[in-house]
Structure formats: C-alpha cells, structure tokens
Design a protein around this ligand. Structure first.
Ligand code: IVH
Length: 576
C-alpha cells in the first residue's frame, strides 16, 4: 500500500473515532483546533489521491453509529454543519463566490456569535414543547426532553396575543454553560453534554445552562418569512431566547468590524464563543445554494484565532536555577500564537514529561491563553514516528557535571554542585543585585554571565572589589559605562535595609515577605545567623521547612564567611 493511502486510512479512522465520541458519546477527547487540523490534513492528502475520495470519507460525511442512544428521534430535516474560515481573504472568497453564483453586487449577511455548546432541536406542537433532541449523527438524535424542560429560559409553551402561533414549530439552537466572571471552562461541550445526559438535573445544574435559538422551521406553514433575521426577531415574540449580538451587513469590511468587536468582547459575554457565523440572510438564496452531505453551503463559521498551535519539539535543553533545580526546556519549531513568536517552552519537571509522554521530535499542541506562558498541552501520538528520541533524565549537571539528585519531595531534579556550579552562582548574583536585594541595576544578566565565566567574580564579595579596568575588559563596556557601574556599586553599599539584605542572600524559600518577618523579629543579621530552628518556627508565617533552610544556610561556614565579610569594614555594606 502506498504511503499516502496508508496515511489517509489512518486519519479517517481517527476522525471517525473522534466523531463517534463527539456526536454519540458527547465526550470529545480533542479540541476543535486539533479536529480541524486533522480534517485539513485529510483534505490535503485526498487532493493528492482524488481516486480514494468516497462518500464515506469524513471529509464528505459524518459517519457515526447511534446505537448507544437510550431513546432516539429522527430529525425532521438533517442537522448539518458549515465550513470554517480563518481570515479576511477566506471571507472575501466566500463573498465573491456567492456574488458570482447569483450575479449580484451585494449580498445581505446575518452575522451571529458562534456559540460553543451543544446543538439541540426543539419541537413545539400547538404551542406546547413536545420534545427536544440532540444532533446525534445529524439524522437521528437522542431524546433529551426531560432535561431541556428544566432550563428556565426555554419556554414550555409559547403564547402570544399579537400573532398567530404555528401549530408545528421546530427551533434549533445551542445549549451552553452560563459563564460567570471567573469560570472559563476549557471543554465547554463536555460539560454541557454531561449535564444534558444526566437522568435528573438538579437545581444547581439547571441554573448553569442557557439556550440561544439560531434557526427555526415553521413546519405548519401558517407564517412565512423571507429572511432569517426577521424570523429570529419574530421568535422573540414567543419568548424564545435570541442572542442580542445578531446584525446584518452587506460589506465584508463591516463583517470584519463585527468580528473584531466580538473577539474583543468575548471574555465579557455570559456564553463561550469561538467565532462568528456568517449566514446568507435570504431563505430563497439559502435554498438555491443548498447543502452537501455534511454542510450548508450558505453559511460559514469565521473562527477566532486559536490559542492552540501544532508544532514539533526540536530538542530539549536543561536550565539550572539559583537553587540548583534543573528544568527541562523544549526547543520548538517557531510558532506564532496571538501575536507572540514562541520558540521554547518550559517542561517544568521530569514528571510532567512522563505525564504528557513527550519525546524529542514529537508533534505537540502548544496553548497560550491571554498573556499566560505557553504550555505544551498534548502530544499527537498518532504522528510519532521512528525518529522520536526519549528525553533522558541527566545523571550529571549539564553545566558543572556534579551529580544530580531528586529533591523537593522527589518532584524536582537538582544539581548538587551548589555555588561551585557556575549556573547556580550566576543566578545567585542576578538575585543579589536585583531591585529588592542590593539593587545594582548596571550589573545586567549578560554582564554577570561574562564576569563569572571570565573568573572576574567568583563569590559575592568580589562584586565590591570590581574596578573599572576589570569591566572594560568585557566586550561592549566602555570607560563611561564602567565608571557608572562602579559608582552604582559604591552607592549600593550605603544604606541597605535589613529585609533587602536577608532577601539578597538567596536562602531557599525566603522571599521578600519572609525577609520582612525575619527582620522584624531579629533586628540584625547576627542574631538571625545564630538563631535555632525552634526560635525560627515561633515566628508567625515561618514553617518548619523554611526554618530549616535558614538554619542550614547559616551552618554553612562559607555562607557565614560571606555574610560576615560583606558587612565587615573592608567591604562595608551598611545594613540599616
Ligand atoms: S446555524 C442551521 N448558528 O455550530 C444551520 N449554528 O458546526 C446550522 N452553532 O453544531 C446551524 N452557534 O450547533 C448556527 N449562531 C449559530 C451557531 C451555530 C453555534 C453550532 C451549531 C452547529 C455548529 C456548526
């Protein structure tokens, strides 16, 4: 079998399985993004082998088995989907295509938020809610009437004095989880579907669910509408919930404005939305365009930029921190998520690598939500091949070759080299000169690395013996700059508050807040240095672990010598 054919068969199997989990079990295991990418890949492969395209391919039809439904109902007309677009030029192409088909200059589009939830169809007979059914495989869905009737915004009967009630009305829409300000559930569909399939929704469950109707069919034909927008407005008279952000436009530029505006508003809305839906407003035109086995041709989903991207791990490097913790960092093929170029991401620790089952050369999904640091959320195992390389847990520090060991309750690997490890020492110097510590802004990260690697600084005391002549040896430092740095170092010695000095020592777990607590209790550095663990733990806010770290720090002769020398006449740090 050819390589392409094998790939096509593999991806179809996978997508069919995902479809089954999504449409039948209501338990998706992949994000929309991962699903869309797989469909895109399958389309590309099928374009290479058009002879293999059959009507059964998931690019043509959603093939799912509905045997699992407790109680199934046939849809009056199939519940189909629509294609997705991702950028302005896709939108222009869609508009051009429609205008060419109809040979007209402008088309009225109805734009709506694409609501992220579960599609349902609800039938009203003589104004009474008769049944509600999920989409299922598009042709047959599951009867969920018992749960739908508990959603307070869905009317059980539609009454109206002004206008006629159709004797048979089908409405379709999305059930969603009502969001409060904080919760932003990652897999909305999972939660909604879970709630809908429960045999009995409790009150807390009911309060969580909302519904917006996005289409309707007056099967009994007492009323007739030419336009989608007008039909939706009419349904409001029956108290059927219609989303308030629905507007019509003819110009694609205005659609973009609407799209950008909805994207900006997204986090403030009480429903989750992953894009907008652009629908042709005229029912006559919709009908002419028609459907495929899978989609309506008269609408597209214009998706918001995803906070997920697929990339590959080129390599894994190890960073050694101030406290010796070795952090594995993945080097990635560059991706751009929401404007940020991403080339690497922390893998946190070796347990995380194990948990996610990550190997070098793997294809992975990286997620970055808002300004949060990007994170690998998943390995696409089905893409793993023979070039995958296991990530080794280093037995030696990659910087100083000292032995490594597990620490911090076996969660973290550390280098045992302490300050003999140049990486740990460089990080300590960075910490020591930082703003909340001794505050020497001229000593930047790059300069510190060079001073350490050229053996100009090998302990904290050396900083205060630096001379202009040492600094100008370093590339990029001229006389003027060297003078400025030496001046800053001198200034830094003048008045250092005790909490800042305690903090500057870089004792494990002792941040600025703990340093303030310690300085209030001990008043000077010498009494802190001779304190025992018991006394330390008597301070409110200091636990046994930190007390032990402090005690151990001052038991170390070298540390004690450094502290004594820094505050001695020779160096002259003035602690106040
Ligand atoms: S119209 C009747 N409008 O998106 C034509 N669908 O992949 C098709 N969806 O499962 C539906 N918001 O449940 C329409 N404003 C909206 C929508 C919307 C969300 C869902 C729908 C369907 C999926 C399409």
């Amino acid at each position: 079998m050819g390589k392409i054919k094998r790939k096509i068969i593999g991806i179809r199997k996978l997508i069919n399985y995902w479809n089954y989990l999504y449409y039948v079990k209501n338990k998706p295991i992949v994000s929309d993004y991962e699903y869309d990418q797989a469909i895109k890949e399958l389309i590309l492969l099928e374009n290479l082998r058009p002879d293999l395209i059959t009507s059964e391919s998931p690019t043509q039809k959603i093939n799912v088995n509905i045997k699992n439904f407790h109680n199934s109902i046939h849809h009056i007309s199939p519940m189909l989907s629509f294609n997705s677009i991702y950028n302005y030029s896709d939108l222009i192409n869609f508009d051009n295509k429609i205008r060419n088909i109809f040979k007209i200059n402008r088309v009225v589009y109805c734009c709506e938020p694409k609501i992220d939830g579960v599609a349902v169809s609800i039938l009203y007979k003589n104004g009474k809610l008769k049944y509600a059914v999920t989409r299922g495989n598009g042709y047959i869905g599951e009867n969920i009437t018992n749960n739908i009737v508990t959603i307070s915004s869905i009317p059980l009967s539609i009454k109206n004095n002004i206008t006629k009630i159709p004797s048979l009305l089908e409405i379709r829409g999305e059930v969603f989880l009502i969001r409060n300000n904080k919760s932003n559930l990652l897999n909305e569909r999972n939660n909604v579907a879970g709630a809908l399939r429960k045999s009995n929704l409790d009150i807390s469950g009911k309060k969580l669910l909302g519904f917006y109707c996005y289409s309707a069919n007056i099967l009994s034909k007492e009323l007739f509408f030419d336009y989608h927008y007008n039909l939706l407005q009419h349904l409001k008279l029956y108290n059927i919930p219609i989303n308030k952000y629905i507007s019509c436009f003819t110009d694609t530029k205005d659609i973009i404005k609407y799209y950008n505006n909805m994207y900006k508003k997204k986090s403030l809305l009480n429903f989750n939305t992953d894009g907008i839906v652009v629908k042709i407003n005229s029912f006559a035109m919709q009908k002419k365009l028609g459907v495929t086995n899978k989609v309506h041709k008269w609408a597209v989903a214009y998706k918001f930029p995803s906070h997920e991207k697929i990339t590959t791990i080129k390599d894994v490097i190890y960073q050694v921190g101030r406290t010796g913790v070795i952090t594995p960092v993945a080097k990635l093929d560059m991706i751009n998520i929401a404007g940020a170029n991403i080339t690497s991401t922390s893998l946190h620790n070796f347990n995380e690598i194990k948990k996610l089952n990550i190997m070098i050369n793997d294809t992975v999904i990286v997620s970055r939500i808002g300004d949060v640091i990007p994170k690998i959320i998943k390995v696409l195992l089905y893409k793993r091949n023979s070039n995958a390389i296991r990530i080794k847990i280093p037995s030696k520090c990659p910087v100083c070759s000292s032995a490594t060991k597990y620490s911090f309750g076996k969660t973290k690997l550390i280098c045992t080299g302490k300050l003999n490890c140049s990486a740990q020492f460089i990080e300590l110097v960075k910490h020591f000169v930082s703003k909340d510590a001794v505050n020497i802004p001229g000593l930047g990260n790059k300069l510190i690395s060079k001073l350490v690697s050229n053996n100009i600084i090998s302990n904290l005391i050396d900083i205060f013996y630096l001379q202009e002549i040492d600094l100008i040896k370093i590339n990029g430092i001229n006389h003027k700059l060297a003078k400025k740095i030496i001046y800053e170092i001198k200034q830094s010695k003048k008045n250092i508050n005790l909490p800042n000095f305690i903090y500057s020592l870089g004792i494990n777990g002792v941040g600025i807040v703990t340093s303030i607590l310690l300085s209030k209790f001990y008043k000077n550095i010498n009494s802190l240095a001779v304190s025992d663990i018991k006394t330390l733990t008597q301070i409110k806010g200091i636990g046994l672990k930190i007390a032990k770290n402090i005690y151990d720090f001052f038991q170390d002769k070298n540390n004690l010598m450094i502290v004594k020398t820094l505050t001695s006449k020779d160096v002259g740090l003035k602690i106040i």
